[in-house]
Design a protein around this ligand. Structure first.
Ligand code: GDP
Ligand code: IMO
Ligand code: MG
Length: 420
């Protein structure tokens, strides 16, 4: 399948990185099309945990790594990860879109200032400058990667950006200029127009993995606004964020964690309070890959997933972290919401309404045995080797969503996957 999108269907951290790595073996390109270094994609490869924030993690296997025009680039993170990838693979075939925007240090300061001013309604951002950089982009004060190569334009743009935010004078703008220019020699040879490259790969029959960042519920318009990120996270954004026509998207893989997590503010209807939440958090190592913050834990929410699967036109699902729930006597799944005395299957469009819903649960039997050596045996045995209750869980989700689960992830390792 030539153009595969890997899209999170919850609030991020579904295991998109691990699934992207799994799907990138033999691919010609791994592509990031949205978000920035707010993303944190991790996988265990040959016993070592690898984390990437801006370079697509699929590039540990794919022939090339592409960072599309839909992204916001943190130069220091990029340079750091470029070295890391070179250590792993030698010279890297990296392509950075000239149209992508650059996150400046002022964006990070503004990110924390804006959060402060929101008080109790803070979004709980990752502090990576995403909101302010995205807002400069749309207000047309943004600095793009291509500007780094045109010194006089860069000088002028920096002066304007600082003036708009009332953040300084000529001296400050010179400092910012020097800071940026010192980084240019490391990246300039990778800068290009990436859309035609990606289209060319697919035209010649090569496979491309579009590696989504964040998740559907964090989409700026279709997520739980304002507790969202400042970009689109859904499959419709792939062609825009890469610079190819929609016909270069052939398949959408929705990634779903076997339970739900959320970092930062905003409602989480199925949140599990108390000890059980803490147990799942520890077993799943549910601490942010980017910020280290503990992730909030909830049961699987089929109302949200139906909405997300429909919105993304999901062709198949990858269910992750099935091992993490192993050992529980029972697992709950939210099948509908109750709001103001009535039940509903509709996902609300406002966080005010979402905060008022009460999940209606169906309780399923838990499974045991997906630990240690047994995991390796299950992978060898295939789908039939999974505990019967885990299979029941998988099939329950498939039936409800009307979408097949093709990949079942049972550990952080890049090949700890059962194919159904
Ligand atoms: P992403 O942002 O969607 O790529 O997800 P993250 O990488 O932020 O968080 C997922 C974490 O869980 C990473 O540390 C993965 O290596 C790990 N992981 C992925 N799939 C599984 C799984 O099936 N089981 C376990 N135990 N860990 C997994
Ligand atoms: P990956 O790709 C989970 C969340 C933040 C916050 C909100 C806005 O690893 O799944 P931002 O810094 O983007 O302005 O923060 O979005 N958030 C993520 N949560 N995984 C991510 O990425 C996230 N990227 C942003 O926690 O609630
Ligand atoms: Mg993550």
């Amino acid at each position: 399948m030539p153009g595969i999108c890997v899209i999170g269907l919850q609030w991020g951290d579904e295991g998109k990185g691990k699934i992207s790595v799994y799907l990138s073996r033999g691919a010609k390109a791994a592509v990031r099309f949205n978000g920035g270094a707010n993303a944190g994609h991790a996988v265990r490869l040959n016993g070592r945990e690898l984390k990437f924030h801006i370079i697509p993690i699929g590039s540990v296997f794919a022939d090339s790594a592409v960072i599309g025009p839909g992204t916001l680039i943190d130069l220091d993170v990029l340079i750091d990860e470029l070295r890391k990838l070179e250590e792993l693979r030698g010279r890297v075939d990296l392509m950075i879109s000239e149209r992508a925007h650059v996150v400046l240090p002022i964006h990070k300061s503004l990110d924390s200032m804006w959060e402060e001013s929101r008080g109790a309604r803070r979004v709980g951002t990752t502090g990576r400058g995403i909101g302010p950089a995205a807002s400069d982009r749309y207000a047309r004060f943004g600095v793009r990667v291509v500007d780094l190569l045109e010194r006089e334009t860069l000088r002028e743009k920096l002066r304007t950006a600082l003036a708009v935010h009332h953040l300084g004078d000529g001296e400050r703008s010179e400092e910012l200029y020097d800071w940026l220019v010192s980084r240019v020699p490391v990246i300039d040879s990778y800068v290009r127009d990436v859309g035609p490259y990606v289209a060319g790969v697919i035209d010649q029959g090569g496979a491309v993995v579009y590696e989504g960042a964040q998740g559907t519920m964090l989409d700026i318009d279709h997520g739980t606004y304002p507790y969202v990120t400042s970009s689109h996270t859904i499959a419709s954004f792939v062609p825009l964020g890469v610079g190819v026509s929609p016909r270069y998207v052939s398949r959408v893989v929705g990634v779903v964690k076997a339970y739900t997590t959320r970092v930062g503010g905003g409602p989480l209807p199925t949140e599990i309070e108390g000890e059980l939440g803490a147990i799942i958090r520890e077993r799943g190592h549910e601490y942010g890959t980017t910020t280290g913050r503990p992730r909030r834990i909830g049961w699987l929410d089929l109302v949200g997933l139906r909405y997300a699967a429909e919105l993304n036109g999901v062709d198949e699902l990858a269910l992750t972290m099935v091992d993490v729930l192993s050992g529980l006597n029972e697992v709950k799944v939210c099948v509908k919401y109750e709001v103001d005395g009535k039940t509903t299957s509709r996902y609300p469009s406002t966080v005010e309404r979402l905060s008022r819903v009460r999940p209606v649960y169906q309780v399923l039997r838990g499974w045991k045995g997906l630990e240690g050596e047994r995991v390796r045996e299950v992978i060898e045995e295939g789908y039939g080797g999974l505990p019967v209750e885990a299979r029941r869980y998988v099939e329950f989700i498939e039936e409800d969503l009307g979408v097949k689960i093709r990949l079942i992830s049972v550990g952080p390792g890049h090949n700890e996957v059962v194919v159904k």
